[in-house]
Ligand binder design. Structure first.
Ligand code: MOS
Length: 765
């Protein structure tokens, strides 16, 4: 942790809490199941996704990817491709327009924009990974571009890539920091703690590489305007960050770049930073002086977009016979690239979940010659909870103790490593409610004790955990004389219900009927503020910005009302009024005026504010996270080893659930992705040459409908007083704990402990 950060955290502890957010105690739209505002547009096919924009004079680009992991493209034969029908250009490092290498993420200054890799894009003949773009073909049609791409012949000078995790892990290094957190934390003496233990477990867990497979593959359309400005339609989780990064790469003024993304078909972390194809699309459009569309093929996503790192983690737990931890060790090695240096935070859950007098968490990383690894739904927490929550289960069996009871015994009263209070942590309540609903207590606890014909049946449970994030951000708000309001932020809607949740929240704050409020997003020309749909932060981030904007607008409206002595608000202080019935009214009294009346009498058509939320002081003062308990039942075929998930119940503690319809859907989606992580998904990576061998949905198996049982979701719905409107994040927590819960259920069913994902049938025979 930086010195500055620790000073701020210490200072934050002495600050008084913000006053309780009144919205938390009011009946309103927040908390209600409302249909998505864009449901109709989506069902009717009217919602426009990036590749669907109808741009006149559009041409089509296709990438040629390197087939070696390191070396040089010494000669690229472009002639046949250039002569092919419809081809407008064949672009290589020899003729590509000038681009600067993009910057890596810097969370203290998101406004600079960022990419996951800071490698120069196609600047020279150097090859850094298998799959790296080495040429861009632009043609009149997609088919012509694809055909021409097949004619490009690249002669390589092959270097020796470092691509084997197995061979390099002994040389792993401790990263400087992990997302601003220390890479290692030591409390007490774990060796003494392990020596003092009456029961202990100590095992290594492995997770494979995983790749992004959002239903909408990555796509970009770039249009250079006559005045030198750039307009880009891009499937991105942040129009604002993409605009800043493109401005940087092409040396343009920020206001000369506009990025548009009204709808994104899933992102999961794979569409946050700038990837090379986005810049190459813009470069190609510049080259041919025409609009260009570059939509990655499914294989292209595997080649050009990073996924989740491979990991090897050790968890060692020591405990007394009563189950009290005497030591907790969680260490891990993950892979990254020299141009990224992103160590996936797999030890983060172990920093916050259990009380132990002795603790050591520490991570190392190795740098390989691959595409930059990146965020993928609950990076760190998903694979980290697999190791930690499997180990807790292993300890429970050693102790002959119920695994929920073991967790209860070690439930901390304050954060184990930050030494701060929890803002709100009702994990045990989630366990209690989940266990009751699932019927946890009724099972036969002995491994391999439940059978249904040839199927061995088992139940498992594991903790879900994902931290709360919020970033300072701006929102603009316009209230018009007709009694309507518009909120604007450059937010992303990837299918999770952002616009719907934001309208619910704004309507409550403004005291307006929901159909009088609209939410504009997905366009970087909206307020310039680094909003991104990542880290499960977007809802809280925008809520805080809207809260600030509404307060400012209300103060402005009060000033207008105070100019008239006949106003029922005359003499009222801001603290004495509340928003309801379309206006401002004295608390507990009839007197007040609608927004329409105030504006009309002031002779104004509207009032408009643009306001910033403050720093997330709540995060410095408290340990804040969402929690949950993942219960499942699996059936393992005795003869074939086939694993079927037959029941699921997720019981969550995420603060206030803003919209149960969209929220439950988010949590379910996370669990589906977790089932894939546990049982079916695995990037097959050739460790000899560094090439992904299964870059298609035919060979990379995401779970399909028949792999997923009905998923029941329950939640505490206890508002977190320190989060805007009481709501913490829900986007990523769903995937956490899922793989451990399944592995624990598989052990219960079969007596076999699988510590190596995915749990495929060969490992069970
Ligand atoms: Mo999330 S992995 O930050 O989209």
């Amino acid at each position: 942790m930086s010195i500055m950060q620790s000073i701020m955290e210490t200072a934050a502890r002495f600050l008084p809490d913000k006053e309780r957010d009144l919205l938390m105690d009011r009946e309103g739209y927040v908390g209600k199941s409302l249909t998505r505002v864009d449901a109709r547009a989506k069902v009717k096919g009217e919602a426009r996704f990036t590749a669907e924009f109808n741009i006149s004079n559009l041409s089509h680009a296709v990438l040629v990817h390197s087939t070696i992991a390191k070396g040089k493209a010494v000669r690229i034969e472009t002639g046949p491709a250039e002569r092919a029908a419809g081809v407008l250009a064949v672009i290589t490092h020899e003729n590509v327009p000038e681009m600067k290498a993009p910057p890596n993420p810097d969370f203290s200054d998101l406004g600079k924009g960022f990419a996951l890799s800071n490698l120069p894009i196609m600047r020279d003949a150097d090859i850094y990974w298998d799959g790296q773009p080495v040429a861009v073909i632009v043609a009149e049609t997609l088919e012509q571009a694809e055909y021409a791409a097949s004619l490009v012949h690249v002669e390589y000078e092959t270097g020796t890539p470092v691509v084997s995790f197995e061979n390099t892990k002994t040389e792993a290094v401790v990263p400087h920091d992990i997302l601003g957190e220390p890479p290692e934390i030591k409390i007490g003496d774990v060796n003494q703690g392990m020596a003092r233990a009456e029961v202990s477990v100590d095992h290594v867990y492995r997770t494979p590489r995983y790749n992004h497979n959002a239903i909408e593959s990555h796509a970009t359309i770039a249009v250079w305007n006559n005045d030198g400005g750039l307009t880009v339609y891009d499937a991105t989780q942040s129009v604002n960050l993409t605009a800043h990064t493109l401005a940087y790469v092409f040396d343009l003024k920020r206001e000369d770049v506009r990025v548009i993304a009204p709808f994104v078909g899933g992102g999961f972390g794979g569409k946050v930073g700038l990837w090379s194809h986005i810049a190459l699309c813009a470069a190609a459009a510049k080259f041919v002086s025409r609009p260009v569309k570059l939509a990655l093929s499914r294989e292209g996503v595997f080649r050009a977009i990073g996924g989740r790192t491979v990991s090897e983690q050790r968890v060692a737990l020591g405990a007394t016979k009563g189950g009290e931890l005497t030591a907790l060790i969680h260490t891990g090695i993950t892979a990254t690239t020299a141009d990224t240096r992103y160590a996936e935070q797999c030890t983060f859950p172990a920093r916050h979940l259990y009380a132990s007098p002795n603790l050591f968490v520490g991570q190392k990383m190795v740098c390989l010659d691959t595409v930059a690894n990146t965020w993928m739904r609950a990076p760190g927490e998903s694979i980290g909870t697999f190791a930690l929550e499997s180990s807790i289960d292993e300890l429970a069996y050693e102790l002959k103790m119920d695994p929920i009871e073991l967790r209860r015994v070690n439930e901390p009263t304050k954060d184990p490593t930050k030494d701060t209070e929890f803002s709100s942590r009702q994990l045990m309540e989630a366990y209690r409610r989940g266990a009751e609903k699932f019927g946890w207590g009724t099972r036969n606890t002995a491994p391999r004790s439940q059978k249904d014909g040839k199927w061995l049946v088992g139940q498992g449970v594991a903790t879900a955990y994902y931290p709360y994030f919020r970033f300072p951000a701006k929102a603009s708000l316009r209230i018009s004389v007709d009694g309507s309001a518009i909120v604007q932020t450059p937010a992303a809607e990837m299918g999770m219900g952002t616009a719907t949740a934001q309208i619910q929240h704004a309507a409550d704050r403004l005291g307006l009927p929901i159909d009088r409020v609209s939410f504009e997003y997905g366009d970087s020309k909206l307020p310039d503020t680094p909003i991104m749909a990542g880290g499960s932060n977007q809802t809280a981030t925008i809520f805080a910005a809207v809260q600030a904007a509404v307060e400012e607008a209300h103060r402005e409206l009060m000033k207008l009302a105070h100019k008239r002595s006949d106003s029922p608000l005359a003499g009222a202080k801001y603290e004495q009024v509340e928003a309801r019935n379309g206006g401002l009214f004295r608390v507990g009294a009839e007197q007040g005026e609608t927004y329409s009346t105030i504006l009309e009498k002031a002779g104004q058509a509207f009032i408009e504010v643009e306001t910033s939320s403050g720093l997330p002081m709540e995060l410095m003062k408290y340990s804040m996270a969402s929690y949950g308990a993942q219960f499942c039942e699996v059936r393992v075929h005795e003869e074939t080893g086939e694993v079927r998930v037959s029941r699921w119940l997720g019981s969550f503690d995420c603060g206030k659930i803003v919209n149960p319809t969209t929220g439950v859907s988010q949590l379910r989606g996370g669990i589906v992705m977790g089932i894939g992580m546990a049982l079916t998904e695995e990037t097959l990576f050739d460790e000899r040459r560094g090439r992904i061998m299964n870059p298609s949905l035919a060979e990379y198996h995401v779970p399909v409908n028949l792999d997923v049982p009905h998923i029941e979701i329950i939640y505490n719905d206890i508002p977190d007083e320190h989060a805007p409107a009481g709501a913490r994040g829900i986007g990523e927590i769903g995937i956490t704990g899922v793989a451990a819960s399944i592995a624990n259920a598989v052990f219960h069913a079969t007596g076999k402990r699988i510590r190596d994902l995915p749990i495929t049938l060969d490992k069970l025979l």
